[in-house]
Design a protein. Structure first.
Length: 182
């Protein structure tokens, strides 16, 4: 991958264990999943967005990465990536990714995404969450819903400190590579 990741995205990438597939909810430019696949950390990444514009932008980024000129088409799978149009976790099948990334949204929005379909959100083993605002609201929701937090850290991006929370649903077996709950 040609683009250097920000400290925020590099920190998030560090929570993905080698061999884990990733779903990036609200992918935008797809920087994080592109880094993970291009560097052999993740064998496969699902790129989702609820709007066609950002998903098209992600596709352009992937095509540049792969040196491909394939036409944009939601549902297309190529080179370790699959594009899906939809809101929150709706484009995913239960348990189909090892790690789910939800980043760059407000903490309340992230909590709403996780709460929308408890059975589906409970089927994934690890979440890497990066609320842009209202991290306390997200923490409150995670605790109230019985989720376990395995790590919490901060990383800088453009002069701003960003909270990163690694969590799992209460029934999930745990987070590979993480040492202890916080």
């Amino acid at each position: 991958m040609n683009k250097k990741l920000s400290p925020r995205l590099l920190t998030m990438a560090g929570f993905v264990a080698p061999g884990e597939s990733v779903a990036d909810i609200g992918t935008d430019h797809a920087y994080l999943p592109r880094y993970l696949v291009a560097n052999g950390i993740s064998p496969f990444a699902i790129l989702t967005d609820m709007k066609i514009g950002p998903l098209r932008m992600a596709w352009r980024s992937v095509c540049i990465e792969l040196g491909s000129d394939e036409a944009f088409l939601p549902g297309r799978r190529t080179g370790g990536y699959e594009l899906r149009l939809g809101d929150g976790l709706a484009p995913l099948s239960a348990g189909e990714a090892d790690a789910v990334v939800v980043a760059g949204m407000g903490g309340e929005t992230i909590a709403e995404i996780l709460a929308a379909d408890p059975a589906k959100s409970g089927s994934f083993g690890k979440y890497i969450l990066q609320p842009r605002t209202k991290a306390d609201a997200l923490r409150t929701w995670l605790n109230g819903a019985g989720w376990r937090t395995f790590a919490e850290t901060a990383a800088e991006e453009k002069g701003r400190m960003c909270t990163i929370i690694v969590a799992a649903p209460g029934g999930a077996p745990g987070c590979a590579g993480d040492t202890q709950e916080v």
